[in-house]
Design a protein around this ligand. Sequence first.
Ligand code: SAH
Length: 212
Amino acid sequence: MLFSKQRTQMVKLQIVSRGVRDERVLDAMRHVPRHLFVPQARQSDAYDDHPIPIGNGQTISQPYMVALMTELAGAGEADRVLEVGTGSGYQAAILAELAAEVITIERHVELADSARTRLEGLGYDNVTVVAGDGTLGCPEHAPYDVIIVTAGGPHVPEALKSQLAIDGRLVCPVGARDMQRLVVLQRTPGEFIETGGVGCIFVPLVGEEGWT
Ligand code: SAH
């Protein structure tokens, strides 16, 4: 299959070597055709160890960062997942391989439209792409077992915390505009338990509960 060797190498050299061990996540990364989520001129380096521009000033995240966030989120087969920051739709496709249902929100309408077309074309019928401000979440489909934010904000948006199910997990890059750390929140009946702390660099989360 096209690029399958590159995918196998990507998982081995960039992802397993850095400590990601969840076999379901590794299988999804070996399966989803990442080269179809980048502009045609960049297909040859789609499996390299870096983000790639996708238009509108945005990027598809580095493969390792996608794998790490997906492992931290720990989505199970029966879970409903919310992703904020659809971009190319690649992270949504990985999540769709692992969970029952994925709702993904993108603030740039052009990116939302092209991601929707791409995901439909690949047969992902368990993904809903919504255009809008994801810092407000998507209350219609809440609560979510897993929430992944793939843009960096000044704090974890309150709306997202309120839409997280009890026992759910939320992963969000938090910090300055140009550098963040990955915050992981686990919701219990009475509180949010925070772990995580890996350094990362994401494009800004722009919106009501993000940057202006
Ligand atoms: N997950 C993407 C990577 C996206 S980069 C992928 O797999 O390709 C982050 C995306 O978040 C960008 O497309 C950006 O436009 C979007 N974004 C930033 N702030 C947002 C907000 N408040 N709501 C929805 N999307 C947002």
